[in-house]
Design a binder for this molecule. Structure first.
Ligand code: CA
Length: 309
């Protein structure tokens, strides 16, 4: 078999991740972000594939409550996923969100934070090209594929429910005076609703970009702004460009963006070193050779016996 006859290499991806958070139009930053390479920390990592954990959290609450709540959510997420087996990403994320909810409630009453503080949390656990995304609140995950932007997560907001019920249009929701009112967040109820977090799964294709972001972008950026920033640059440059653009356009909120880039790579299907250099004789041809020898021996025996007789 010549090299050119080998199956074509499989297109696959290498992950590059980066994030930026900024105070934007506020006096303090209540957002928290996470960009973590999980290599060596997962209990049961998949063979040879990359493992990353990324997240954004948008805190709310009086005094420093918002900052404490979003930081606590990120801290518990990181701790829970780091010790978890990678075989069931959705289960690991659900467990982490429940623990984060309980930790924020506890911190609200033990003096660490303020009572009633809460936070959104949108997280992506990336195992090779497979992204499992979990979300509570209105921080979003977007996918950019072939220069098209798609929102992956569903907002837990009053206006999103009204859009789903066809009571208002998506355009009306974008400028609705109550667009910031959440229906779910971490830290607001002792037990997280059984339907939470929302779980979404995406297999990344070469060239894809995944964006996790808080709501400080929503009022000041248009679809083209996201796609332009995400497609043209590396993750760190893209995240910084989005944050800068929102700040330049006068966002009144904190702004946080984490970008995952699925960089195209090529991996051969066949390990060339493992391919034998000489073709091996098959079992069938070995059997034919044995039969041929036996036939020759039989003819020879018959000939000799014929002479003797
Ligand atoms: Ca916000």
């Amino acid at each position: 078999m010549s090299k050119s006859n080998l199956p074509a290499p499989v297109a696959t991806v290498a992950l590059e991740v980066a994030g930026t958070t900024a105070v934007g139009g506020r006096e303090s930053n209540e957002d928290s972000i996470l960009v973590l390479d999980l290599a060596g920390t997962l209990a049961d990592p998949r063979n040879g594939s990359q493992a990353m954990l990324v997240a954004v959290a948008d805190g709310m609450g009086g005094h420093d409550g918002g900052e404490v709540a979003s930081a606590k959510a990120i801290e518990v997420l990181q701790q829970t996923i780091s010790g978890h087996a990678a075989t069931d990403a959705a289960h690991a994320l659900k467990s982490a969100f429940r623990k984060a909810n309980e930790a924020i409630i506890a911190a609200g009453t033990d003096g660490t934070g303020t009572p009633g503080m809460g936070t959104t949390l949108t997280a992506a656990l990336l195992l090779g090209k497979y992204a499992t995304i979990a979300s509570v609140g209105d921080s979003r995950a977007y996918l950019v594929r072939e220069k098209r932007l798609t929102q992956i997560t569903k907002d837990h907001t009053m206006v999103a429910d009204q859009v789903a019920a066809n009571a208002i249009t998506p355009d009306q929701a974008k400028s609705h005076p109550q667009r910031n009112i959440l229906t779910h967040a971490l830290g607001t109820k002792p037990k997280l609703d059984p339907s939470l977090p929302g779980i979404f799964e995406v297999a990344l294709l070469p060239g894809d970009r995944l964006l996790l972001c808080t709501d400080g972008f929503f009022d000041v950026l248009q679809t083209d702004d996201y796609t332009h920033a995400l497609v043209s640059a590396d993750p760190g440059v893209a995240a910084a460009a989005l944050v800068q653009l929102a700040t330049d356009r006068g966002t009144t909120d904190n702004v946080s963006a984490v970008v995952v880039a699925a960089i195209p790579t090529r991996a051969p299907v066949v390990d060339l070193a493992a391919v034998p250099h000489k073709p091996q004789r098959s079992n069938v041809s070995t059997i034919y050779a044995v039969i041929a020898v036996l036939v020759v021996l039989a003819l020879l025996a018959a000939f000799i016996l014929g002479i003797v007789a």
